[in-house]
Design a protein around this ligand. Structure first.
Ligand SMILES: Cc1cc2nc3c(=O)[nH]c(=O)nc-3n(C[C@H](O)[C@H](O)[C@H](O)COP(=O)(O)O)c2cc1C
Length: 407
């Protein structure tokens, strides 16, 4: 006879386990994680992630343009022993996907950067920590055993920037990602309407909103990391930088030029990646700097609204400099199929921003792992159905008519 278990006989922990199991079964794509994050993360921070600048045309185009690329189906090909393993900057990666740098990640979930970095380390892909992170370089180094990557914004205070690079060196960061497309901060309406700040201001609406997200509150109560810890306490005269818009307007360097790249490259001990390249002329300039890679990126549609999607410009940039510098890609990836398309069009590696943030906001470290698993599974199945067994062999021939139509 099978003993019947009544829900009242279960402990709270067991009940949570059952709910979690049920929820996991129904999380099948990145959209599911996004929906969960929308419910669990305070509006101010969910909308910070889930928005682009001004009309959000470029933000939407990043995703929509992927849908226009058709795959080439092949049949009766041996699909056994498939491999997603590849390299980015000579480093072996479990799949050619890295986590992109995102600011305020520790506001999507307490200790967010530390959790995401651990998920990436376990999965075997690079994690990139943003200058504008909540957890510091040292915080992330304290919970990881392998090197992570560090993203640099150049500010007017060059002494601080030099020290920041030294801190990345001391923490053993194995690549420096220099972001070039945010000398000034574009306007994202949602952030203005929500009066975005870190930590959040404790007004009535914010308090009510936060109170309706108990998981988030609990994760924040468990940590003391609630401000920009790469910066606060490290820059002279900066004790309040809760207003991101004001702080970037005051501190980011609008005079940044190609000449600055030389000293930054010399100061950092490892490879340099230039992020935010969207134009062939800039790609040619970037290749001449001696940097090791570029990221074709429009900052996830958060800077120049009206610019083309990243995937639209990828082929022409590959054509211009593909034989001179390693090309990475980000913007609009929401599935393993999108990763595959970017690889087919010539990217050696890709990055995900929002899919990681949705996973983190939805379920903390487990959510990031789940996001990576979803993308890996979709990439693997798509690759097989395209008749390929190794991710490193993907190229334009895996796209319908080589994706040449309409160009
Ligand atoms: C919430 C958020 C914060 C971001 N913060 C940074 C940052 O601090 N530094 C940076 O170089 N890029 C930043 N980015 C851009 C990402 O690195 C990446 O280019 C973009 O997210 C890729 O697009 P996707 O989100 O569609 O994957 C941010 C993106 C988002 C969504």
């Amino acid at each position: 006879m099978v003993a019947r278990i009544s829900p009242v006989m279960l402990t709270q922990a067991q009940r949570y386990q059952i709910i979690r199991k049920y929820a996991m079964k129904h999380i099948l794509e990145i959209k599911d994680l996004q929906e969960l994050a929308r419910r669990r993360v305070p509006k101010m921070f969910y909308e910070y992630a889930n928005s682009g600048s001004w009309t959000e045309t470029t933000y939407r185009a990043n995703e929509e343009d992927f849908k226009k690329i058709k795959l080439r189906q092949r049949v009766a090909v041996d699909m056994t022993n498939r491999s997603l393993e590849s390299t980015m900057l000579g480093q072996t990666v479990a799949m050619p996907v890295a986590v992109a740098p995102t600011g305020l990640t520790g506001m999507q979930h307490g200790d967010g950067e530390m959790l995401a970095a651990k998920a990436c380390e376990e999965f075997g892909i690079p994690f990139t920590l943003s200058t504008m992170s909540i957890c510091s370089i040292e915080d992330v180094a304290s919970v990881t055993t392998k090197p992570f990557w560090f993203q640099l914004y150049v500010m007017k205070d060059r002494e601080f920037i030099g020290n920041l690079i030294d801190r990345a060196n001391n923490a053993g960061c194995s690549a420096l990602v220099l972001t070039l497309d945010l000398q000034i901060l574009a306007q994202r309406h949602a952030d203005h309407r929500n009066d975005l700040s870190a930590p959040p201001k404790l007004g009535l609406w914010n308090l009510l909103d936060m109170a309706s997200r108990p998981r988030w509150c609990l994760s924040m109560l468990k940590t003391r990391r609630r401000e920009f810890r790469n910066i606060v306490g490290h820059v002279k005269g900066v004790d309040d930088m809760s207003s991101l818009a004001q702080w970037t307007a005051d501190q980011f360097d609008p005079k940044l030029s190609w000449d600055d790249i030389e000293w930054i490259r010399k100061r950092f001990d490892g490879p340099l990646i230039l992020k935010g390249i969207l134009d062939t002329q800039d790609a040619i300039m970037a290749a001449k700097t001696g940097a090791d890679a570029i990221i074709v990126s429009n900052h996830g549609g958060r800077q120049l609204d009206g610019a083309p999607s990243s995937i639209e410009v990828l082929p022409e940039i590959v054509e211009a400099v593909g034989d001179k510098i390693e090309i990475h890609f980000d913007g609009g990836i929401r599935s393993g199929q999108d990763v595959l398309k970017a690889l087919c069009l010539g990217a050696k590696g890709t990055y995900i921003g929002r899919p990681m943030l949705y996973g983190l906001g939805a379920m903390g470290q487990k959510g990031v792992t789940l996001a990576l698993e979803i993308i890996a599974k979709e990439l693997d199945m798509t690759m097989a159905l395209c008749g390929e067994r190794e991710v490193v062999n993907l190229d334009r021939t895996n796209l319908y008519h080589g994706h040449k139509t309409g160009r």
